[in-house]
Design a protein around this ligand. Structure first.
Ligand code: HEM
Length: 408
């Protein structure tokens, strides 16, 4: 990238298939030459893209960068509750809404669901054919993740296909046939009704906990519906895409599946964290806006200007991760930014970590290795915000007799 022309070139790459195929092809030169680089979002607004780990971490804790007004949320006039969510709120208002779900999604609360999650994912893994070619994302990763997510959240099974369709329309507008507005108009009344039902008859699930939580006076019914919408939208795709990326890594790097399989199950979480670092599906954060001027290196972000954090770039910053492209937990720092940091740290991180760990455990418990078939190179689709692997055509190799792994 010629340095003089860098912002224009960065913007071109950001909106091209090149970025969806390989975000590092943009991030690596930005970290070195333009750690605070102006680009445009798909709506044409200018944002400063921040790519160095040190800057991203410092700014994630900086109260001068706020969410309120960053997207002009609520300004569409649709009066749809989902139009304004946790990632549009700041300060006390954000804390009050977030608190409604924090208990039900804490590591301790999620650990109560671990056996259930394992049973659901194991049921899907049991059906996987051995040694035959399969497309693993549709055969296993998506349905197993969807079923475990919906069960923990508390969505009735009959509704899963419809909700999945609405969420895909919201996150992957270019692929679907449904308009974003149509999906929002369907999802909002659906959730409003579900919140009412769960309040009347609570069950052991996250939406029941939120619906029947004691609310401060300034938290409205719309806030509750919006919170549930945010959980559904944020959970449906991200976890499955992370798992697909992690398995893709296993098949592209011979020996990594075996390394994972032969690591003591009690020690796997260390390996898992570095795997989550390199497998994050959303390379960029939500947009923030400067409420006051903020200095970043030798650059000043002025009041009213917007920023976006390149979590994917920070996760590959060689200043923090000496082996950024490799899963090397002993060398790389353990605290990646795949789940963000600070006030807006991912509310579903404990659930996602559990689902990823259980899914990979089920694979290594049942299979000796995973080999690619029809390898014409990976195909990625999506946008600069949401990117996904289209297919994962593999063959699952059987464990040889007597080598069954008893990991649980
Ligand atoms: C591997 C899967 C996941 C990844 C990589 C991920 C990543 C993230 C990231 C990076 C953020 C911060 C965004 C920012 O600061 O701009 C975030 C926020 C959030 N995530 Fe996740 N997420 C995942 C799964 C989930 C799940 C399963 C749920 C719900 C059950 C969830 C719910 C949320 C919510 C509600 C927020 C907003 C928190 C707030 O604003 O206070 N996420 N996630």
């Amino acid at each position: 990238m010629p340095i003089d022309d860098a912002p224009r070139e960065a913007n071109r790459i950001l909106h091209s298939q090149q970025f969806i195929d390989d975000p590092e092809s943009l991030f690596a030169p930005l970290r070195t030459h333009h750690p605070v680089c102006p680009v445009r979002t798909s709506s044409g607004r200018q944002v400063w893209l921040i790519s160095r780990d040190e800057d991203v971490r410092a700014l994630l804790g900086d109260e001068r960068l706020i969410m309120t007004g960053a997207y002009g949320a609520g300004a569409s006039g649709t009066r749809n509750a989902l139009d304004r969510n946790l990632l549009d709120l700041d300060g006390a208002e954000h804390t009050a809404v977030r608190r409604l779900a924090a208990g039900a999604l804490s590591a301790r609360a999620v650990s109560r669901h671990r056996d259930l999650i394992t049973r659901i994912i194991a049921t899907h893994a049991e059906r996987l054919p051995v040694a035959e070619p399969i497309e693993l994302i549709t055969a296993f990763i998506r349905p197993a993740t969807l079923a475990s997510t919906c069960t923990v959240l508390g969505l009735p099974e009959a509704d899963w296909p419809a909700v999945e369709g609405w969420v895909r329309a919201l996150l992957s507008p270019r692929q679907g046939t449904m308009h974003v507005e149509t999906a929002l108009e369907a999802l909002e009344p659906y959730l409003r009704d579900l919140v009412r039902k769960r309040r009347e008859l609570p069950q052991d699930d996250v939406l029941s906990a939120i619906s029947s939580a004691e609310c401060p006076d300034d938290v409205t019914e719309n806030d509750i519906v919006s919170l549930c919408g945010m959980l559904v939208i944020a959970s449906f795709e991200n976890t499955g895409r992370t798992i697909a990326n992690a398995v893709h890594r296993f098949v592209r790097h011979p020996g990594e599946f075996s390394r994972y399989a032969t690591t003591d199950p009690a020690e796997r979480h260390v390996l898992l964290e570095d795997l989550i670092r390199v497998s994050l599906p959303e390379p960029l954060s939500s947009v923030r806006v400067a409420a006051r001027p903020v200095q970043v290196g030798d650059h000043v972000i002025r009041t009213g200007e917007r920023v976006m954090f390149a979590f994917g770039a920070a996760n590959h910053d060689e200043r923090r991760y000496p082996d950024p492209a490799w899963v090397a937990p002993r060398r790389n720092a353990p605290d990646h930014l795949s789940f963000g940091k600070g006030a807006h740290f991912c509310l579903g991180a404990a659930l996602a970590r559990t689902q990823i760990a259980v899914t990979l455990d089920e694979l290594v418990r049942r299979f000796a290795d995973i080999h690619l078939v029809n390898d014409r190179g990976p195909v990625w689709q999506g946008t600069y915000r949401h990117r996904e692997l289209v297919r994962l055509d593999v063959r699952l190799l059987p464990l040889s007799q007597g080598r069954a792994r008893h990991d649980r």
